[in-house]
Design a protein around this ligand. Structure first.
Ligand code: C5P
Length: 229
């Protein structure tokens, strides 16, 4: 069976407040998107790639794609719609048991070793798996007015990261069911969970941050520089 990277990169990155979408902000002279794709390619060069881009994207340059086998996919309204478009594009090509690994374009700092470990786990795990990190901070739930209602025990709580990987058939079924039931799906695992299937959590380095706010860019630049050293 084959492995496919699906990279949703059709977001506007509004929380960043920058003049261009965050995946096109530069780190060390190259856009975030180029760093992310290079990392996925270094981990598994023979994989195929579906890159989800906004139809109006005027920043993209195909020179940043290191994969031989890749296709551009139309982005959707939400992240989940972009990923669904990629699954639809793969309909004629992917086999039922091909592995689909979905990775946010805004996570350029994922460690190659974590990618390899995830794939190793996936080879023996029909429920799929995702990179995740145990929650380190004490977590509060508010009362709706910025006062603490309760402290949530962090025991057994994980932060879901990406990539998240599933067999093609399972992920398609999960997305179909999520759509039918009108579920709000913010990651692939939550769609799969709605089928009653429990994906495996694979402990990953927590510096696999998602560039979201302005201060994250400098942090990501620092992490990438130290990883390269
Ligand atoms: O905005 P956020 O960082 O949560 O988005 C997560 C990922 O989903 C990013 O890689 C972003 O480009 C992508 N996305 C997308 N299509 C959308 C919205 C977000 O591909 N409509």
């Amino acid at each position: 069976s084959r492995l496919w990277w699906v990279v949703p990169a059709a977001g506007q990155g509004r929380r960043m407040g920058a003049e261009r979408p965050k995946q096109y902000l530069q780190i060390d002279g190259r856009p975030v998107l180029a760093h992310t794709l290079e990392r996925l390619h270094r981990a598994i060069p023979q994989a195929g790639l579906c890159l989800c881009l906004d139809s109006d994207d005027r920043w993209f340059d195909s020179a940043w794609v290191p994969f031989d086998d890749w296709r551009r996919v139309k982005g959707g309204t939400e992240r989940v719609d972009s990923v669904a478009n990629a699954l639809a594009i793969l309909a004629g090509e992917a086999a039922d048991d091909d592995l689909i690994l979905v990775h946010d374009v805004a996570r350029p700092c994922v460690w190659i070793e974590d990618l390899w470990r995830l794939v190793e786990v996936l080879n023996g795990e029909p429920a799929g798996a995702l990179l995740a990190a145990p929650v380190a901070d004490t977590v509060k739930r508010d009362d709706g007015h910025a006062h603490v209602r309760t402290t949530v025990s962090r025991e057994g709580l994980w932060q879901a990261l990406t990539p998240q990987g599933f067999r093609y058939r399972l992920l398609c079924r999960a997305f179909d069911v999520a759509r039918e039931r009108g579920l709000a799906v913010t990651d692939e695992a939550s769609a799969v969970e709605a089928l009653g299937v429990s994906p495996r959590l694979v402990a990953a380095r927590r510096d696999n941050l998602k560039i979201t706010h302005p201060e994250d860019l400098a942090l990501a630049a620092h992490i990438l520089a130290t990883q390269a050293a």
